[in-house]
Design a protein around this ligand. Structure first.
Ligand code: ZN
Length: 278
């Protein structure tokens, strides 16, 4: 499943392509046809993400709320139809496109989302109110989340994936972060010292923007440093990430030499090292 940084990067692409322009909305596949017709020709104001949710703001206090789920894809690309004197609505189409957005320069095709709905501004705020704190939106861990963690008997490995508490963290960040901090994923959240909770949060605030910029989940200090250097030189920063535990079950932990294991937690595969995560 795409993690939060993917959605924030997507929001950035949608924003760059469509914000401030009149957009043709359609639903070639048909399942968003009524809403697309209502939006067709309206001006897009911008796009934002919260956790794994995307909001495309459209004039008239309207929002297209999208959640990609496991298999959804939203491709945004440049086209030259208008430059060639053609109608932008005649762009070729492949697959089941739930939502198509077209303006003079770009086309966006959304396929296979679990949510694609037209809501009001208030409706989007309601969605957001059910979501946890997003490290890409808030630099400081909100007191309310801290308080809930301090009460929770649930495993820290499960609460990190609870989108109602922390929004946007997925399987890779979870595994690598817990390893970085030497935390056993089964530790009840309330037994994790507040100092460590703040360190986990600060790590997410520091690391996830790099994920947005590079499209890669980079956690290891060496990877982070190399990506930063590449970005500073004008590159994409696309370092091949070296993970300590993610998908490394049966292999040796780079820190303690123990064997990395895999188990299921919060419905997803969890990778960790019993040797040094205590
Ligand atoms: Zn280890």
């Amino acid at each position: 499943m795409p993690e939060g940084h993917t959605l924030h990067a997507l929001a950035g692409r949608v924003d760059a392509a469509f914000a401030g322009t009149a957009v043709r909305f359609s639903s070639p596949q048909g399942r968003f046809a009524g809403s697309a017709a209502a939006l067709d020709g309206a001006r897009v104001e911008g796009a934002e993400a919260h956790g794994k949710h995307l909001a495309i703001r459209v004039e008239g206090a309207r929002v297209v709320h999208v959640h990609l789920g496991l298999f959804g894809r939203f491709s945004v690309r440049r086209h030259r139809r208008v430059d060639r004197g053609e109608a932008p609505t005649d762009l070729p189409l492949t697959g089941q496109v739930r939502l198509r957005m077209v303006n003079r320069t770009h086309v966006g095709d959304l396929r296979g989302p679990i949510v694609c709905e037209l809501v009001t501004d208030d409706g989007w705020e309601e969605v957001r109110s059910g979501l946890g704190a997003d490290p890409l939106r808030e630099e400081r861990l909100p007191d309310a989340v801290l308080a809930r963690l301090a009460r929770s008997r649930r495993a820290v490995g499960a609460v990190l994936m609870d989108q109602g508490l922390v929004a946007g963290v997925g399987n890779v960040y979870r595994a690598e972060l817990l390893h970085r901090h030497g935390l056993d994923p089964h530790t009840p959240a309330r037994e994790v010292p507040q100092r460590v909770v703040h360190e986990l949060w600060d790590d997410l605030v520091r690391l996830m923007p790099l994920g947005v910029r590079t499209g890669r989940i980079l956690v290891a200090d060496d990877d982070v440093e190399r990506a930063r250097t590449l970005l500073a030189d004008g590159g994409t920063g696309r370092v091949r990430p070296a993970y300590a535990v993610y998908r490394r079950h049966g292999r040796t932990c780079p820190r303690c030499g123990g064997t990395v294991v895999k188990e299921t937690m919060a419905g997803r595969n969890l990778f960790w090292c019993p040797g040094c995560q205590r």
